[in-house]
Design a protein around this ligand. Sequence first.
Ligand code: FPP
Length: 272
Amino acid sequence: MKIPDSLKPSGNEEERLLTELDANKLPQHIAVIMDGNGRWAQRRHLPRIAGHRAGVQSARAIIETCARLHIPALTLYAFSMENWRRPKAEIDFLMRLLREYLRKELPVIHRNNIRFMVIGRPDQLPEAVRADVDRAMQQTAGNSGMQLAVALNYGGRAELVDAFNSLVKAAACNGGIDHLRVDEHSIAQHLYTRHLPDPDLVIRTSGEMRLSNFLLWQLAYAEIYVTPTLWPDFRGQHLLEAIAEYQKRERRYGGLVNAHHGNGAGSHSHDN
Ligand code: FPP
Protein backbone atom coordinates (compact mmCIF):
# COMPACT_ATOMS: atom_id res chain seq x y z
CA MET A 1 0.00 0.00 0.00
CA LYS A 2 1.24 3.48 -0.84
CA ILE A 3 1.72 5.28 2.46
CA PRO A 4 -0.47 8.40 2.62
CA ASP A 5 1.53 11.56 3.28
CA SER A 6 -0.52 12.18 6.38
CA LEU A 7 0.56 8.89 7.89
CA LYS A 8 3.79 9.03 9.76
CA PRO A 9 4.44 5.52 11.03
CA SER A 10 5.87 5.49 14.53
CA GLY A 11 8.33 2.68 13.82
CA ASN A 12 9.94 0.59 11.11
CA GLU A 13 7.67 -2.35 11.75
CA GLU A 14 4.60 -0.16 11.23
CA GLU A 15 6.08 1.21 8.02
CA ARG A 16 6.82 -2.28 6.73
CA LEU A 17 3.30 -3.49 7.59
CA LEU A 18 1.78 -0.49 5.86
CA THR A 19 3.62 -1.11 2.61
CA GLU A 20 2.24 -4.65 2.62
CA LEU A 21 -1.41 -3.62 2.95
CA ASP A 22 -3.72 -3.50 -0.05
CA ALA A 23 -5.40 -0.07 0.01
CA ASN A 24 -8.30 -1.45 -2.02
CA LYS A 25 -9.12 -4.16 0.48
CA LEU A 26 -9.32 -2.22 3.72
CA PRO A 27 -12.20 -3.12 6.06
CA GLN A 28 -15.00 -0.55 5.90
CA HIS A 29 -15.88 -1.01 9.54
CA ILE A 30 -13.69 -2.39 12.32
CA ALA A 31 -15.23 -3.38 15.66
CA VAL A 32 -13.04 -3.88 18.72
CA ILE A 33 -13.64 -5.76 21.97
CA MET A 34 -11.07 -4.05 24.18
CA ASP A 35 -10.17 -6.65 26.80
CA GLY A 36 -7.36 -7.28 29.26
CA ASN A 37 -7.00 -3.98 31.12
CA GLY A 38 -7.35 -5.72 34.48
CA ARG A 39 -4.80 -8.44 33.64
CA TRP A 40 -2.36 -5.85 32.32
CA ALA A 41 -2.53 -4.02 35.65
CA GLN A 42 -2.39 -7.22 37.70
CA ARG A 43 0.82 -8.31 35.97
CA ARG A 44 2.39 -5.04 37.05
CA HIS A 45 1.01 -5.27 40.61
CA LEU A 46 -1.07 -2.16 39.92
CA PRO A 47 -4.75 -1.51 40.69
CA ARG A 48 -7.18 -2.42 37.87
CA ILE A 49 -7.91 1.24 37.23
CA ALA A 50 -4.30 1.72 36.10
CA GLY A 51 -5.06 -0.78 33.33
CA HIS A 52 -8.11 1.24 32.27
CA ARG A 53 -6.06 4.43 32.21
CA ALA A 54 -3.45 2.75 30.02
CA GLY A 55 -6.31 1.39 27.86
CA VAL A 56 -7.35 4.93 26.99
CA GLN A 57 -3.95 5.47 25.32
CA SER A 58 -4.59 2.37 23.18
CA ALA A 59 -8.02 3.69 22.21
CA ARG A 60 -6.43 7.00 21.17
CA ALA A 61 -3.79 5.21 19.08
CA ILE A 62 -6.32 2.98 17.33
CA ILE A 63 -8.71 5.85 16.58
CA GLU A 64 -5.82 7.83 15.11
CA THR A 65 -4.50 4.94 13.00
CA CYS A 66 -7.97 4.10 11.66
CA ALA A 67 -8.64 7.74 10.80
CA ARG A 68 -5.32 8.04 8.98
CA LEU A 69 -6.03 4.86 7.02
CA HIS A 70 -9.42 6.38 6.10
CA ILE A 71 -11.32 3.44 7.60
CA PRO A 72 -14.95 4.67 7.33
CA ALA A 73 -16.17 3.29 10.67
CA LEU A 74 -14.75 2.11 13.99
CA THR A 75 -16.75 0.77 16.94
CA LEU A 76 -15.18 0.34 20.39
CA TYR A 77 -16.84 -1.77 23.09
CA ALA A 78 -16.24 0.41 26.15
CA PHE A 79 -18.93 -0.61 28.66
CA SER A 80 -21.33 -3.52 28.42
CA MET A 81 -24.62 -3.90 30.25
CA GLU A 82 -22.93 -6.76 32.14
CA ASN A 83 -20.18 -4.38 33.35
CA TRP A 84 -22.61 -2.93 35.95
CA ARG A 85 -21.77 -6.05 37.99
CA ARG A 86 -18.28 -4.66 38.71
CA PRO A 87 -17.46 -2.89 41.98
CA LYS A 88 -19.00 0.57 42.17
CA ALA A 89 -15.59 2.23 42.55
CA GLU A 90 -14.41 0.70 39.25
CA ILE A 91 -17.62 1.70 37.44
CA ASP A 92 -17.34 5.26 38.76
CA PHE A 93 -13.72 5.38 37.61
CA LEU A 94 -14.63 4.15 34.11
CA MET A 95 -17.36 6.81 33.82
CA ARG A 96 -14.94 9.53 34.99
CA LEU A 97 -12.33 8.28 32.53
CA LEU A 98 -14.78 8.48 29.66
CA ARG A 99 -15.69 12.06 30.57
CA GLU A 100 -12.03 12.98 30.90
CA TYR A 101 -11.32 11.36 27.53
CA LEU A 102 -14.13 13.33 25.87
CA ARG A 103 -13.02 16.62 27.42
CA LYS A 104 -9.43 16.14 26.27
CA GLU A 105 -9.98 14.48 22.92
CA LEU A 106 -13.12 16.10 21.53
CA PRO A 107 -11.21 18.99 19.91
CA VAL A 108 -8.85 16.47 18.26
CA ILE A 109 -11.73 14.28 17.12
CA HIS A 110 -13.52 17.31 15.71
CA ARG A 111 -10.40 18.67 13.99
CA ASN A 112 -9.92 15.31 12.31
CA ASN A 113 -13.46 15.45 10.90
CA ILE A 114 -14.47 12.37 12.94
CA ARG A 115 -18.14 11.89 13.78
CA PHE A 116 -18.60 10.64 17.33
CA MET A 117 -21.60 8.59 18.42
CA VAL A 118 -22.63 6.31 21.22
CA ILE A 119 -24.52 3.05 20.84
CA GLY A 120 -26.33 1.37 23.72
CA ARG A 121 -29.00 2.40 26.22
CA PRO A 122 -28.04 5.93 27.31
CA ASP A 123 -30.95 6.30 29.79
CA GLN A 124 -29.14 4.20 32.42
CA LEU A 125 -25.90 6.20 32.22
CA PRO A 126 -25.10 8.86 34.84
CA GLU A 127 -26.57 12.24 33.90
CA ALA A 128 -23.14 13.91 33.60
CA VAL A 129 -21.87 11.22 31.21
CA ARG A 130 -25.01 11.53 29.10
CA ALA A 131 -24.60 15.30 28.89
CA ASP A 132 -20.96 15.03 27.76
CA VAL A 133 -21.78 12.31 25.25
CA ASP A 134 -24.71 14.32 23.85
CA ARG A 135 -22.50 17.38 23.47
CA ALA A 136 -19.82 15.36 21.65
CA MET A 137 -22.40 13.84 19.30
CA GLN A 138 -23.98 17.23 18.55
CA GLN A 139 -20.65 18.95 18.02
CA THR A 140 -19.41 16.33 15.56
CA ALA A 141 -22.73 15.54 13.86
CA GLY A 142 -21.78 17.42 10.70
CA ASN A 143 -18.37 15.76 10.29
CA SER A 144 -17.94 13.67 7.18
CA GLY A 145 -14.85 11.61 8.04
CA MET A 146 -14.60 8.43 10.07
CA GLN A 147 -17.61 7.44 12.15
CA LEU A 148 -16.50 6.55 15.67
CA ALA A 149 -19.08 4.61 17.67
CA VAL A 150 -18.46 3.92 21.34
CA ALA A 151 -20.62 1.14 22.79
CA LEU A 152 -21.70 2.30 26.25
CA ASN A 153 -24.18 0.40 28.38
CA TYR A 154 -24.43 -1.79 25.32
CA GLY A 155 -25.83 -5.31 24.95
CA GLY A 156 -26.38 -7.10 21.65
CA ARG A 157 -29.59 -8.81 22.76
CA ALA A 158 -30.91 -5.58 24.28
CA GLU A 159 -30.22 -3.88 20.94
CA LEU A 160 -32.35 -6.48 19.14
CA VAL A 161 -35.13 -6.08 21.73
CA ASP A 162 -34.99 -2.30 21.23
CA ALA A 163 -35.02 -2.73 17.43
CA PHE A 164 -38.12 -4.97 17.49
CA ASN A 165 -39.95 -2.63 19.87
CA SER A 166 -39.03 0.31 17.66
CA LEU A 167 -40.29 -1.55 14.58
CA VAL A 168 -43.63 -2.31 16.24
CA LYS A 169 -43.96 1.29 17.47
CA ALA A 170 -43.19 2.64 14.00
CA ALA A 171 -45.89 0.40 12.50
CA ALA A 172 -48.40 1.43 15.20
CA CYS A 173 -47.74 5.12 14.42
CA ASN A 174 -47.96 4.44 10.73
CA GLY A 175 -51.37 2.88 10.17
CA GLY A 176 -51.37 0.06 12.72
CA ILE A 177 -49.99 -3.43 13.13
CA ASP A 178 -51.11 -4.48 9.63
CA HIS A 179 -48.29 -2.26 8.40
CA LEU A 180 -45.65 -4.16 10.34
CA ARG A 181 -43.04 -5.52 7.94
CA VAL A 182 -40.36 -7.67 9.50
CA ASP A 183 -37.44 -8.59 7.28
CA GLU A 184 -33.65 -8.26 7.44
CA HIS A 185 -33.71 -4.78 5.96
CA SER A 186 -36.36 -3.39 8.33
CA ILE A 187 -34.65 -4.90 11.40
CA ALA A 188 -31.27 -3.43 10.34
CA GLN A 189 -32.99 -0.03 9.92
CA HIS A 190 -33.99 -0.06 13.61
CA LEU A 191 -30.64 -1.08 15.10
CA TYR A 192 -28.44 1.46 16.91
CA THR A 193 -25.99 1.03 14.03
CA ARG A 194 -28.48 1.80 11.25
CA HIS A 195 -26.14 4.47 9.83
CA LEU A 196 -23.09 2.18 9.76
CA PRO A 197 -22.07 -0.64 7.44
CA ASP A 198 -21.77 -4.06 9.13
CA PRO A 199 -18.25 -4.62 10.49
CA ASP A 200 -15.95 -6.57 8.17
CA LEU A 201 -13.48 -7.25 10.95
CA VAL A 202 -13.92 -7.74 14.69
CA ILE A 203 -10.81 -7.68 16.87
CA ARG A 204 -10.70 -9.07 20.40
CA THR A 205 -7.65 -8.54 22.56
CA SER A 206 -6.34 -10.69 25.44
CA GLY A 207 -7.11 -14.07 23.89
CA GLU A 208 -10.72 -14.68 24.87
CA MET A 209 -12.73 -16.49 22.16
CA ARG A 210 -16.11 -14.92 22.82
CA LEU A 211 -18.37 -12.24 21.33
CA SER A 212 -19.65 -11.24 24.78
CA ASN A 213 -23.00 -9.97 23.53
CA PHE A 214 -21.37 -7.52 21.09
CA LEU A 215 -23.07 -6.55 17.80
CA LEU A 216 -24.73 -9.96 17.49
CA TRP A 217 -26.68 -9.11 14.35
CA GLN A 218 -24.03 -7.00 12.65
CA LEU A 219 -21.13 -9.46 13.07
CA ALA A 220 -22.89 -12.24 11.13
CA TYR A 221 -20.23 -12.27 8.38
CA ALA A 222 -17.35 -10.46 10.07
CA GLU A 223 -13.86 -11.92 10.12
CA ILE A 224 -12.87 -12.60 13.72
CA TYR A 225 -9.33 -11.75 14.84
CA VAL A 226 -8.29 -12.70 18.37
CA THR A 227 -4.89 -11.65 19.67
CA PRO A 228 -3.26 -12.55 23.00
CA THR A 229 -2.03 -8.92 23.26
CA LEU A 230 -3.70 -7.19 26.21
CA TRP A 231 -5.62 -4.03 25.30
CA PRO A 232 -3.23 -1.56 27.01
CA ASP A 233 -0.38 -3.00 24.88
CA PHE A 234 -2.37 -2.83 21.61
CA ARG A 235 -1.07 -0.09 19.30
CA GLY A 236 -1.15 0.92 15.62
CA GLN A 237 1.26 -1.84 14.68
CA HIS A 238 -1.07 -4.49 16.15
CA LEU A 239 -4.00 -3.00 14.26
CA LEU A 240 -2.05 -3.19 11.00
CA GLU A 241 -1.23 -6.83 11.76
CA ALA A 242 -4.93 -7.54 12.24
CA ILE A 243 -5.78 -5.83 8.93
CA ALA A 244 -3.01 -7.76 7.14
CA GLU A 245 -4.44 -11.02 8.48
CA TYR A 246 -7.95 -9.91 7.41
CA GLN A 247 -6.68 -9.25 3.88
CA LYS A 248 -5.33 -12.80 3.67
CA ARG A 249 -8.72 -14.31 4.46
CA GLU A 250 -11.09 -15.37 1.74
CA ARG A 251 -14.56 -14.02 2.38
CA ARG A 252 -17.32 -16.14 0.88
CA TYR A 253 -20.51 -15.14 2.73
CA GLY A 254 -21.69 -18.74 2.45
CA GLY A 255 -21.24 -18.74 -1.34
CA LEU A 256 -18.40 -19.87 -3.55
CA VAL A 257 -15.06 -18.16 -4.18
CA ASN A 258 -15.46 -15.13 -6.47
CA ALA A 259 -19.25 -15.21 -6.04
CA HIS A 260 -20.87 -11.78 -5.82
CA HIS A 261 -21.98 -10.74 -2.35
CA GLY A 262 -25.42 -9.12 -2.33
CA ASN A 263 -25.80 -6.89 0.73
CA GLY A 264 -28.10 -8.37 3.35
CA ALA A 265 -29.35 -11.12 1.05
CA GLY A 266 -31.29 -13.84 2.80
CA SER A 267 -29.89 -16.68 0.72
CA HIS A 268 -26.68 -17.49 2.58
CA SER A 269 -25.92 -21.15 3.10
CA HIS A 270 -24.93 -22.12 6.64
CA ASP A 271 -21.45 -23.50 5.93
CA ASN A 272 -19.69 -20.18 6.49
C1 FPP B 1 -11.66 -4.54 29.49
O1 FPP B 1 -10.70 -4.77 30.45
C2 FPP B 1 -11.99 -3.17 29.20
C3 FPP B 1 -13.11 -2.48 29.60
C4 FPP B 1 -14.02 -2.87 30.68
C5 FPP B 1 -13.51 -1.30 28.86
C6 FPP B 1 -12.86 -0.04 29.33
C7 FPP B 1 -12.08 0.48 28.22
C8 FPP B 1 -11.24 1.48 28.32
C9 FPP B 1 -11.01 2.19 29.60
C10 FPP B 1 -10.55 1.94 27.10
C11 FPP B 1 -10.88 3.36 26.79
C12 FPP B 1 -11.98 3.56 25.85
C13 FPP B 1 -12.44 4.75 25.44
C14 FPP B 1 -13.45 4.82 24.37
C15 FPP B 1 -11.97 6.02 26.00
P1 FPP B 1 -11.09 -5.70 31.67
O2 FPP B 1 -11.24 -4.84 32.86
O3 FPP B 1 -12.29 -6.53 31.32
O4 FPP B 1 -9.80 -6.61 31.75
P2 FPP B 1 -9.67 -8.06 32.38
O5 FPP B 1 -10.53 -8.98 31.57
O6 FPP B 1 -8.21 -8.37 32.25
O7 FPP B 1 -10.11 -7.95 33.82
